[in-house]
Ligand binder design. Structure first.
Ligand SMILES: Nc1nc2c(ncn2[C@@H]2O[C@H](COP(=O)(O)OP(=O)(O)OP(=O)(O)O)[C@@H](O)[C@H]2O)c(=O)[nH]1
Length: 353
């Protein structure tokens, strides 16, 4: 089961995560390209004004945004680029409020930035960053001697109140967006598990092999090869069903699945591929070791009394082993394991070949 979970949760299977990364990339690109363009336009407009510091802030931040996105394109490190962008955003907001902006309009420009921080950083860190930003703005606005610009007291308090409203709305919005994504992710994972497991034995099914395991074998061969396959088919299962009933047959299938779980390692796969037929997939295992595993399961099965009311009745199974070195040969190796299993049947059943 652990191995099944691991394959189903590989990053290439996590659609929601990919979409969320795309969202953050778009925000990073928007802030870097569009915001820096706006900063350059206003920087040029103020180039020859008396406010020398304003064009320096605008050109400096715009240039830093562009360098950050360039570095992101080279490094592909989205997380680090978003953190740097957020630091630049914070620095820009504080320096603009410090300087006052054109005609003391700096405060109007602050409002988009809490939402940008939420977009770049994720809910918890964005909330902390915004709280820190508000704290620093309060210090700057209510201790006027600290800054160049002059804001009226009423203007400063209304600005902080409306900024807090923006932050709280962004926080509620992002918190529930993240919660709904997590819920959808869990739902997708549970549907994925249902679709890939057999309801009776809770082992992986054939769909799991075809739709999830085979792509993983091709994408991450080092994690699996060389692997061994063990085909296992319960002997005379029809007789068992006819004699003790279908429910007893079902109980035997569940007990056999439990025996596989007991005998296999965490990273092995046990799959129910047919009515009373199972395929065991053993990563990083050679044929000799696979024979030992098959023999262990065979002898334990033959010794156990699987039917609670029939202690004298013993169930046996026939096994076929095959080695597989790469993803392309997997289907052929399954066929070979199947042929070996039929050889065991022909030679008298209850054996490994
Ligand atoms: N109880 C139960 N029986 C099943 C299930 N799926 C398939 N079967 C039965 O498994 C039996 C398989 O019979 P056969 O293919 O003839 O094989 P066998 O009797 O095991 O004979 P050998 O394989 O040659 O040893 C059939 O009677 C199916 O109805 C299931 O989910 N539960």
């Amino acid at each position: 089961m652990a191995a099944l979970h691991a394959v189903l949760q590989r990053p290439n299977n996590r659609q929601a995560q990919k979409i969320d990364e795309r969202r953050r990339r778009y925000i990073l690109a928007f802030v870097s390209y569009i915001t820096s363009a706006v900063m350059f336009i206003y920087g040029f407009k103020n180039l020859y004004s008396e406010q020398v510091l304003l064009p320096v802030i605008l050109f400096g931040t715009g240039l830093a945004f562009l360098l950050n996105i360039l570095w992101f394109h080279l490094s592909r490190n989205l997380q680090r680029a978003c953190v740097i962008e957020a630091v630049l955003v914070g620095g820009f907001v504080l320096s603009l409020v410090y300087q006052g902006g054109f005609n003391n309009t700096a405060l109007y420009w602050v409002f988009p930035f809490p939402a940008i921080l939420f977009g770049l950083l994720g809910v918890r860190i964005a909330l902390l960053s915004n709280a820190l930003l508000v704290l620093m703005l309060c210090i700057m606005l209510f201790i006027p001697d600290l800054i160049l610009a002059q804001y009226k007291d009423a203007e400063a308090s209304r600005f902080i109140a409306s900024l807090l409203i923006v932050i709280i709305v962004c926080w509620i919005n992002d918190h529930y967006r993240e919660r709904s994504h997590q819920a959808m992710d869990l739902l997708q994972q549970s549907k994925e598990m249902q679709a890939n497991t057999d309801a009776l034995t809770e082992l992986a099914n054939r769909r799991f092999i075809d739709a999830s395991l085979l792509p993983s074998l091709a994408l991450q061969p080092a994690q699996f090869f060389p692997l061994s396959l063990i085909m296992c088919d319960i002997d005379h299962f029809k007789q068992l069903n006819d004699r003790f009933g279908h429910d007893a047959g079902d109980d035997v299938l569940k007990a056999v699945a439990q025996l596989f779980r007991k005998c296999l390692r965490q990273h092995d796969f046990a799959c129910r591929t047919g009515g009373e037929e199972f395929l065991l997939i053993l990563p990083h295992t050679n044929s000799a070791d696979a024979f030992l595993v098959a023999e262990k399961i065979r002898s334990q099965l033959a010794q156990q009394a699987l039917l609670a009311n029939q202690p004298e009745y013993h169930i046996t199974a026939s096994f076929g082993v095959a080695l597989c070195d790469n993803a392309e040969d997997f289907t052929q190796a399954v066929k070979h394991a199947d042929e070996q299993m039929y050889l065991s049947k022909r030679n008298g059943r209850n054996q490994v070949n």
